[in-house]
Design a protein around this ligand. Sequence first.
Ligand code: IPM
Ligand code: MG
Length: 385
Amino acid sequence: MSIKKIALVKGDGSGPEMMEQAVRIAQEAARLDKIELEFIETPMGWNAYDKFGDTLPPESFKKAKEIGTIFFGGVGDFQHDSTIGVDKPEMRPEARALLALRKELGLLLNFRPIIYYKSLASLANVKPETIPAEGIKQIWVRFLLEDSYFGNADLKDMIPNEIREKIGVKLKSEVTGREKIVADIAYYKRATIEKYIRAAFAYARKEKLPLISIDKANVMARYDFWRKIVSEVGRNEFPDVPLTHQLVDSASALLFTPAKLHGVIACGNEHGDILSDGAASAMGSMGLMCSSAINPETGAAMFESGAGTAPTLAGQDKANPLGRILTGALMLRHIGAEKGALAIENAVNKVLNEGYRTGDIFTKSDDPAKLLGTMGMGEKVIERL
Ligand code: IPM
Ligand code: MG
């Protein structure tokens, strides 16, 4: 047995309940590859604020960065947002913890695989006939840095003060609501796009999938730039990988005919944020979404909840843990525990094929005796590992 350390952020809302299942399943599955996972708690989020007065306790941040592999249960809940978050906007954990980790660790690539199986067509929110017998792979690869998420902070110091005032560039925590104008700066750098798109193309080549690049090149300069670089890298380095370009608005319409988005889908930070929620809901539920964020150079990685923390279900044993459990499989694959990763994916498919459902994916035609809570669903997966 070798030991692999993982920083564990249990998170806010239903995060801890879902993570409890995901952690024990990942631990069990990793043993198939003779790896013992050692989870080290690094609390972040509003739960950490309640205990330590900070949504990103320095000790947690330091440890998580050192370990470099993070299993992240999601942060944020609207109760705290509407109380402490109003007085101390700088403490809101989405920016303070999640975005800080992405930036500090250079997590450029965000994988959100959305897989359709014909046998699970009844789960999907699209017409069954839109799902071919061989299924569909939509491997969303979101560009996770720069863009409007980091623009203001990254470029603030490069813009002279009088211009900043004029165009109202502020950090979110500085906005009072009484300004005349507030602008977000969105930017992409050539070097970062090149690094990102090479990794996306390489993945598409390895998986024998086409690459679909999403942008808004018809009107926005940064997406015209994006399309030019993507085309250039494709032509010069990956001529064997079929490449198409898709405008973001028409891409969102294609979520309803998912086979038209079969491939590796490269998209900007904001576009990927929006479209991946829609893609997960079309396939079944946001509760099924798994997500990993990776630095392609250092290998640092965070296995996140793309789907939020389901705060309205917190403490009720109702949230769907399958997205988190599948995120655990992505984590195992990343650390070389391929048998464990496959075992988790197969076990989840088995449970779903046997008709077990959580509330978010339960419909009138499902068997009420097979409606499970968070713990029950975890139990079914572990039995089938
Ligand atoms: C996601 C989330 C985050 C994002 C939020 C919580 C900042 O929605 O991972 O998709 O926008 O990236
Ligand atoms: Mg999102």
